[in-house]
Ligand binder design. Structure first.
Ligand code: S3P
Length: 443
């Protein structure tokens, strides 16, 4: 969407103590899935707390293009009248998923077992990202795929008219691969089985259960084995989307780094497959308390109270990477303000996100005075209890890179700028007013 427009430079400056309530937006992963499963269900699905960022709005548009009726009924309130499993119509135009890897990959899975053809595109960032990791397993169902060199977008898929169920072991820890296969399996007869060596976010499995599908997860010596029985009738649901722990990470980090701060972040998902950053921050000595732990819409949530903290560097084990995969950019900023080295292991997947996040963070942090080492699959930040700042970081069409540097600038000696903050609209449209409301000097 609009991130193909003019770049929006932004700057963050040393700020007074942050105070107040940070009501971060709805979870991006759950928002995509609520629209997609709503479109595959019979009846009216009502969603509240939907993230109205560009990524999710692109998925809403795509669901309309495949024949579902998708209507905004209020702030974050949406209604989806689905077409049923196997009921997708062939879209008339190209499906533009903008900046969203989750959107394009999950939707490819969803249509791959219906006898229709669709062409998918995206922005410059999405067009550089690997899609063969999705289209390879989808071809096992019998669909036909044409792609640019290296499996990149634009990709055209003609779905299987007579799909076969599939058994697939994911080659990398990726909830997008797992979810694409499960969504394709919905319209294949028999059992589709996905095995993953490490647990990745499980929102698809939880939500499929909620919509009435038969799906089981078994922990075996081989990994997590997820079995879905195809051709269920999905029944429309009411979905309350919890607040996004990946978006919460930014005000949480700001409160930890800016002296004197104390903020409350209500209703954040504490799903254990998304919790790695919070586990890591507690190990670093962060003062975070979790109040009112409860269940909302099939997900555990809590209110977070976060206070400024003196932090120490830690080593983050590789087997925790999947549960905090989107939080390494902000962790690398936090690590600059800790005392000692923070080592992030097993993070090769960061190189194929909206940008090469290891490179983007290492280059930008070094320009701002930090000592950072990186290897193909790790990053080490040598924390000194502070950050000099004074440089402008390149964000490479990546919302999390932009927000991470801006948070660093709230506590660094000199201001930190970003060349383009426009991509923040993909996941956290109210980032600036929310941070300003807490007292952050950022514009
Ligand atoms: C997501 C999965 C992760 C994550 C992305 C959202 C999802 O990607 O980085 O932001 O909603 O399934 P991978 O599955 O590629 O690790």
């Amino acid at each position: 969407m609009s991130h193909s427009g003019d770049p929006k430079p932004m700057t963050a400056r040393k700020s007074p103590a942050l105070r107040g309530v940070a009501a971060v937006p709805g979870d991006k992963s759950i928002s995509h899935r609520a629209l997609i499963l709503g479109a595959m269900a019979i009846g009216e699905t009502r969603i509240t707390g939907l993230l109205e960022g560009e990524d999710v709005l692109d998925t809403a548009k795509a669901m309309r293009a495949f024949g579902a009726t998708v209507t905004r009924t209020g702030e974050g309130a949406w209604s989806v009248n689905g077409v049923g499993v196997g009921g997708f119509a062939e879209p008339e135009g190209v499906i533009d998923c903008g900046n969203s890897g989750t959107g394009v990959r999950l939707i490819m899975g969803t249509m791959a077992t219906s006898p229709i053809t669709a062409t998918f595109t995206g922005d410059a960032s999405l067009s550089r990202r690997p899609m063969a990791r999705i289209t390879d397993p989808l071809q096992l169902f019998g669909c036909h795929v044409t792609a640019r060199e290296g499996g990149r977008l634009p990709v055209t898929i003609t779905g299987a008219a007579d799909p076969m169920p599939v058994s697939y072991r994911t080659p990398v820890a990726s909830a997008q691969i797992k979810s694409a296969v499960l969504l394709a399996g919905l319209n294949a007869p028999g059992q589709t089985v996905v095995t993953e060596a490490e647990a990745t976010r499980d929102h698809t499995e939880r939500m499929l259960t909620g919509f009435g599908a038969e799906i089981t997860t078994e922990i075996t010596p081989d990994g997590r084995v997820i079995t879905l029985t195809g051709r269920p009738e999905l029944v429309a649901q009411t979905v309350a989307v919890p607040r996004d722990p990946s978006s919460a990470a930014f005000p949480v980090a700001a409160a930890l780094l800016v002296p004197g701060s104390e903020i409350r972040v209500p209703g954040v998902s504490r799903n254990p497959t998304r919790d790695g950053l919070y586990v890591t921050l507690l190990e670093m000595g962060a003062d975070i308390t979790f109040e009112n732990q409860r269940d909302e819409g099939g997900e555990p949530v809590a209110d977070l109270i976060v206070r400024h903290s003196a932090l120490k560097g830690v080593s983050v084990p590789a087997d925790r990477a999947a549960s905090m995969i989107d939080e390494f950019p902000i962790l690398s900023v936090i690590a600059c303000f800790a005392e000692g080295a923070t080592v992030m292991n097993g993070v090769a997947e960061l190189r194929v996100k909206e940008s090469d996040r290891i490179d983007a963070m290492a280059v930008g942090l070094r320009a701002n005075g930090a000592r950072v080492e990186d290897t193909p699959d790790s990053m080490t930040v040598h924390g000194t209890g502070g950050l000099k700042g004074g440089a402008v970081a390149a964000t490479h069409l990546d919302h999390r890179i932009a927000m991470s540097f801006l948070i660093g600038g709230l506590a660094s000696d000199q201001p930190i700028g970003v060349d383009d903050g426009a991509p923040i609209m993909t996941s956290f449209p109210d980032f600036l007013p929310l941070m300003q409301g807490l007292g952050a000097d950022i514009a």
